[in-house]
Ligand binder design. Structure first.
Ligand SMILES: Nc1ncnc2c1ncn2[C@@H]1O[C@H](COP(=O)(O)OP(=O)(O)OP(=O)(O)O)[C@@H](O)[C@H]1O
Length: 711
């Protein structure tokens, strides 16, 4: 693996600085390694590299991490003989091979403390292990450029009460019970009267502002008033009166899932958790408010005879932009065709915190003179939506986030990502109290992997049957019942960490979440807004932290273009939490004494922590495979950023060896397969094939499945 090896030199008292630019004379070992590396380069070992012209991505300095020295190249007292160079994918993925001079500079960046190569004794077990250096040969972290941003502000509450609306008294009491609501939310004040008047509406309001009640109250109000009283079933089968299409894959809407005072109105959720047969049976029994996802509904339209739309008078699309993004447009067309073919005049409502082109297009195709409701200081409140989508598009790029949300970003080189995430979790959930954190990662496999790793290394011993830190997981490969169970458990817990994919990004209302961590940046700014929106809901405080590598820093500008402003948190500050955790103290002859300056000790502890992760990963073949799968899925997800983000996130700019380290892998992966499950569409496959072709000159199997098997 293209990694150097660090021996923690406990005896020296000179503190190294992260990314120090100061010149240090290379040691004889370094000179030796450098010579070898250069010789290898010129003897053609690295000739699989893409040349400069082939690499079309950005070429900023920070995207070109210096080539690392190979662990095996360096004679250590454990490894005195140089092994043959491994097939190093990391090198191949590096967009440019540094010239010898650059390589020399990279080598000499190491400080007095970290210049020896060897072994150290770390962690609880005190076993001697070889560790790769976390703090050497990382790209520099440039200063963060934060463009000036005017954040959009939305007032969450009004001073009006629900009693001022013309609602059934049961409904007022009922919803008060659900939400402890005293005052109307701004979005509710603007939306409820419009919907009660029978008009269509497109509603944009920030996350957690109460959009569900904004449509739920008028919906139930109108259905309870239908005379004669509606039935949920007759001999012809089920007749839904309202269809609510959601993106959300975990039921999280108490305000709709029960209409208790109006027992004759029956809501029902169909999300594919049950067998289709059971869902059909429930449909046959009768559902008046059908809450479902587009895919599941299309499934029933095609396969369930007892479903009929002849009575539907409401169609609600929550998270409407996402429903379109996901490629549900086809499904939506099937649904709209079925609904339009029959039934009474229908009221249509579209809602989202992120009004996008897709949403306006949908408004134009499916609605009758909809009223546009946009809450916020800089919006015009209620408007008649013009049929010209470009008018809406102008505003769609500007997103409001909750006012009491503090947004941060941290720049972390790839190798240090895992320890930095772990240190952040420890700082909030172990050394501060009462935090609930949601960590977003880019794939189900990575969620599973982090769960195992963190449970093994961070959770700590059980006290009163409870581990010190409670980790939860939520992703799309879990069964529906499991997802619901986790959602409920996490909602009820007082402190814990939910590791999840974007299945949890929208629509989920979980109380008292204090931090949102985006370990992998989302594919669009809209998704960023929804992810951070799982905290700071309905006027509460909350914080968020976005992880970026030095190569990805221009994402900050991309967010600024959508009126989103982040402040910087320093990686060193996050890592310094490890000083509070003696589990990661370096043990050995300096037991009980400080091993040097604080900065150095932080680095030593981070290395011990990384070593523990690596030990867990390399404990058996299964966990190595799990780590490789997680890395592989991370790489797949990395290719899936849309083309307008490629200048920030390009797989060719990734250093695979460093990325592997952030999955606890000691070696650059061999035999990494993109797998037959890689089916994100022709384009994505083509992109990866292109990359593989460039890197390895591999013949790519037809069908677009490439195999990274080294060279
Ligand atoms: N008027 C109100 N007063 C107090 N709490 C309210 C009020 N209206 C809604 N809530 C509560 O606010 C929380 C957020 O509401 P909701 O989930 O509807 O937000 P949202 O705008 O749909 O968010 P997202 O866009 O993230 O899905 C819920 O817990 C809800 O019960």
């Amino acid at each position: 693996m293209a990694e150097d090896t660090l021996m923690l030199n406990l005896s020296s008292d000179t503190a190294p600085a992260c990314h120090s630019k100061s010149y240090q004379r290379p040691t004889s070992q370094e000179k030796w390694a450098l010579k070898k590396a250069q010789k290898r380069k010129y003897s053609g070992i690295q000739k699989g590299l893409p040349n400069k012209q082939q690499f079309n991505g950005p070429k900023t300095k920070d995207q070109q991490p210096p080539e690392d020295m190979e662990e095996e190249d360096v004679p250590t007292h454990k490894n005195p003989v140089r092994k043959p160079a491994p097939k190093d994918a990391a090198k191949a993925l590096s967009p440019e091979t540094p010239k010898p001079a650059q390589r020399f500079k990279a080598q000499t960046k190491m400080t007095q403390k970290s210049k020896h190569v060897g072994e150290h004794k770390g962690g609880e077990d005190g076993v001697f292990i070889k560790t790769s250096s976390l703090f050497r040969n990382n790209p520099d972290i440039p200063d963060v450029h934060r463009p000036a941003v005017t954040q959009l502000k939305e007032k969450v509450f009004t001073s009006d009460s629900f009693a001022e609306l013309d609602l059934h008294p049961h409904l007022i009491n009922r919803h008060s019970l659900y939400t402890n609501a005293v005052f109307l939310g701004s979005v509710q004040k603007e939306t409820i009267p419009v919907l009660l008047s029978g008009q269509d509406a497109v509603v944009r309001s920030q996350t957690g502002s109460g959009k569900t009640l904004a449509y739920g109250i008028p919906l139930v109000q109108s259905l309870q008033a239908v005379e004669p009283k509606i039935k949920h079933w007759d001999v012809m089968g089920s007749f839904p009166l309202a269809v609510c299409l959601l993106y959300c894959t975990v039921p999280s809407f108490p305000s709709l899932s029960s209409c208790q005072p109006f027992t004759w109105i029956v809501p029902g959720v169909l999300m594919g958790g049950e067998k289709r047969k059971a869902e059909k049976a429930r449909l046959r029994k009768g559902i008046n408010i059908l809450i479902t996802t587009p895919g599941r509904l299309v499934d029933h339209i095609k396969n369930t005879l007892s479903i009929a739309f002849s009575a539907v008078r409401w169609l609600i699309l929550d998270e409407a932009d996402r429903i379109l993004d996901l490629g549900f447009e086809k499904d939506l067309t099937v649904i709209l065709n079925s609904l339009n073919a029959t039934g009474p005049p229908r009221q249509n409502v579209l809602l989202s915190a992120t009004l996008t082109d897709g949403l306006s297009r949908l408004a134009v195709i499916s609605m009758k003179e909809p009223v546009s409701i946009q809450v916020g200081e800089n919006s015009e409140g209620i408007n008649n939506l013009t049929p010209d989508p470009t008018t809406v598009r102008g505003k769609s790029d500007r997103f409001a986030v909750p006012e009491r949300l503090q947004q941060h970003m941290v720049v972390v080189p790839s190798k240090l990502r895992l320890v930095c995430l772990a240190a952040f979790i420890l700082s909030k959930c172990k050394f501060e109290k009462g935090h609930k954190i949601i960590v977003f990662v880019s794939s189900c496999e990575a969620v599973e992997f982090l769960l195992i790793l963190f449970n093994a290394v961070l959770s700590g011993p059980k006290a009163k049957q409870q581990p010190l830190l409670s980790f939860f997981r939520l992703h799309g490969n879990m069964k529906q019942e499991e997802r619901t169970e986790v959602f409920q458990e996490f909602s009820l817990c007082k402190t814990g960490i939910l590791l999840c994919t974007d299945v949890a990004a929208r629509g989920l209302d979980m109380p008292q979440v204090t931090w949102i961590v985006q370990y992998n940046p989302p594919t669009t700014p809209a998704e960023y807004v929804h992810r951070v929106g799982r905290t700071a809901r309905i006027g509460a405080k909350g914080s968020s932290l976005l992880f970026l590598t030095p190569a990805e820093m221009s994402y900050v500008t991309s967010l600024a273009n959508h009126n989103i402003s982040l402040s910087e948190m320093k990686m060193e500050m996050i890592l310094s939490t490890l000083m509070l955790d003696d589990r990661f103290k370096v043990r050995g002859k300096y037991d009980g004494k400080s091993s040097g300056a604080p900065e150095q000790e932080v680095q030593e502890r981070a290395t011990v922590l990384q070593t523990e992760f690596e030990n867990v990963v390399h404990n058996d073949n299964n966990s190595v495979q799990a780590a490789k799968r997680a890395l592989q899925s991370f790489l797949r997800a990395y290719t899936a950023y849309p083309s307008n983000m490629k200048h920030i996130f390009h797989i060719k700019a990734l250093h695979l060896g460093h990325a592997a380290k952030s999955f606890g892998l000691r070696d650059a992966p061999q035999g990494l397969s993109l797998g037959p499950s890689f089916d994100r569409g022709e384009q994505a496959v083509a992109r990866v094939v292109d990359v593989l072709d460039d890197l390895y000159g591999l013949p790519v199997a037809s069908g677009g499945v490439g195999v990274l098997e080294g060279r």
